[in-house]
Design a protein around this ligand. Structure first.
Ligand code: PXG
Length: 441
């Protein structure tokens, strides 16, 4: 098939998200095709995808089951109103998802992104307490360095300063626990760090300050991705769970990155054994192919809303595209691919090989920490004095020139390849990355 336009002649009109627009437009990096583990650029180069797009293409690119499902669906039923009407695939998908969700979570609310999943879960948490007659529980607790998307609720509970500081006073009634990064004690840990379970006790401090009776929910990423890949210290998530239980506070795991196989199980509750009350997801749900998110909800939370006259709407929330048929088809195609190829657990099987390859970079110039879990890796670099982020961004550009796609945040390199990566491709990825790191100033 011929590619239509590979290099547009005007790059001005498009204001790019989370991008150094001027730098990009001087030296564009343009992708025109993708298949399995690789992108093709407009100048015909193959780039190995070390990041699954933006942590989302978990099944790899151009996977036949997903492509066919989308093509068929768009021709058959492109759209059906989402309010007061349904279509078969959305029910089929919700049921299929509850097959892989924790046992107590058999209800799914669809959104279009991780950010919308977060807003949905936060609103559900506050509304849940209210329908239970506990309307004073309205506070939301997040964590420093947390990333929960870019909408107002998400940046309010989030803790990434550059995502918050430009946008005014944000939501009221929000507080933050301390983050869990402790490089002095935990540098070069393989898997979850040994130190830091006690950071969960910071929640007790916040509860003592505000009183539990005012707090609706705590939201955390089980593994904090965007901030630069921080694994939960051993015992930390369980301790959060215990404190929430003790005080009647809902625990929300934001699994937008960690869901759908990234950690070595369908969700992080499968690998950490700690079950939240709600889970927010997106990304890997459709393997990144069509925008879609989903909030998983504990049964009794859902049931608490199902009271009152039956002709009345129970929850005044939803999106035009909640459960869009084409998105549902993509998600069903992705699930089929995950199941057929064992991708939901592949990261745990390949994890030790990945871990060894990643940690072989220890000792290279400027590397001050390496972290990993499942098919996730992070390399923290010493920042250039007075020029934070520059060293990692230089690595990103050089890596792209050398044929691998990595992500950087601050001076941290993050890796999260499609779950189909082979051992030979892991070797290649880290071989090129080692060259990149060796040539850094
Ligand atoms: N929650 C979490 C935990 C996320 O990681 C979102 C919510 C928001 O999802 P949407 O679909 O609204 O973007 C995210 C998104 C990166 C990177 O490189 C991470 C995200 C998005 C883009 C880049 O770390 N996470």
């Amino acid at each position: 098939m011929s590619k239509s336009v590979t290099r547009p002649n005007n790059l001005e009109a498009f204001w790019m998200p989370f991008t150094a627009n001027r730098q990009f437009k001087q030296t564009p990096r343009m992708m025109v095709a993708a298949k399995d583990m690789h992108y093709t650029t407009d100048d015909g180069r193959q780039i190995m995808d070390g990041t699954a797009g933006l942590w989302c293409c978990n099944a790899g690119h151009g996977r036949p089951k997903i492509v066919e499902a989308v093509q068929k669906q768009v021709a058959e039923l492109d759209y059906a109103p989402a309010f007061q009407l349904g279509h078969p695939k959305v029910f089929e998908l919700a049921s299929a998802l509850t097959e892989i969700s924790p046992q107590s979570m058999n209800h799914v609310f669809f959104t279009n992104s991780g950010s919308e999943s977060v807003e949905t879960a936060l609103k559900m948490a506050i509304a849940y307490h209210r329908v239970k007659g506990d309307g004073s529980r309205t506070r939301l607790i997040g964590r420093e360095r947390g990333y929960h998307g870019v909408n107002f609720g998400g940046i309010s509970v989030g803790g990434i300063v550059s995502n918050r500081k430009m946008f005014g006073t944000l939501l009221g009634g929000v507080d933050h626990m301390r983050h869990t990064h402790d490089i002095e004690r935990n540098a070069f840990t393989r898997g979850c760090p040994a130190y830091g379970a006690e950071f969960a006790d910071d929640l007790e401090r916040i509860i003592a300050l505000h009183d539990a009776s005012t707090i609706a929910a705590v939201i955390v990423e089980p593994m904090a991705g965007s901030t630069g890949v921080l694994m939960p210290p051993e015992g930390y998530l369980q301790r959060l769970r215990d404190i929430c239980d003790q005080h009647g506070i809902l625990l929300i795991f934001d699994e937008v990155i960690t869901g759908f196989g990234r950690m070595g199980g369908a969700f992080s509750s499968d690998v950490f054994g700690v079950v939240p009350d709600m889970m927010t997801t997106a990304k890997g749900l459709t393997s990144g192919v069509i925008p879609m998110g989903a909030v998983f909800v504990r049964d009794d939370i859902h049931d608490a809303f199902m009271t009152g006259p039956e002709h009345l709407i129970e929850f005044f929330h939803g999106y035009t595209y909640s459960g869009n048929p084409v998105a549902c088809a993509a998600a069903l195609g992705a699930l089929e691919t995950y199941h057929e190829e064992g991708l939901l657990t592949r990261a745990s099987e390949l994890g030790p090989y990945w871990e060894d390859a990643l940690h072989s970079l220890k000792g290279l110039p400027h590397v001050i920490d390496i972290r990993n879990f499942g098919l996730i890796g992070a390399i923290e670099l010493e920042p250039i004095a007075g020029e934070p982020t520059k060293r990692a961004f230089t690595a990103f550009l050089d890596a792209f020139d050398k044929g691998i796609l990595i992500r950087t945040t601050g001076d941290i390199i993050a890796l999260s390849p499609p779950l189909i990566i082979s051992k030979a491709q892991i070797d290649e990825l880290f071989g090129v990355l080692a060259d990149v790191l060796k040539s850094l100033d």
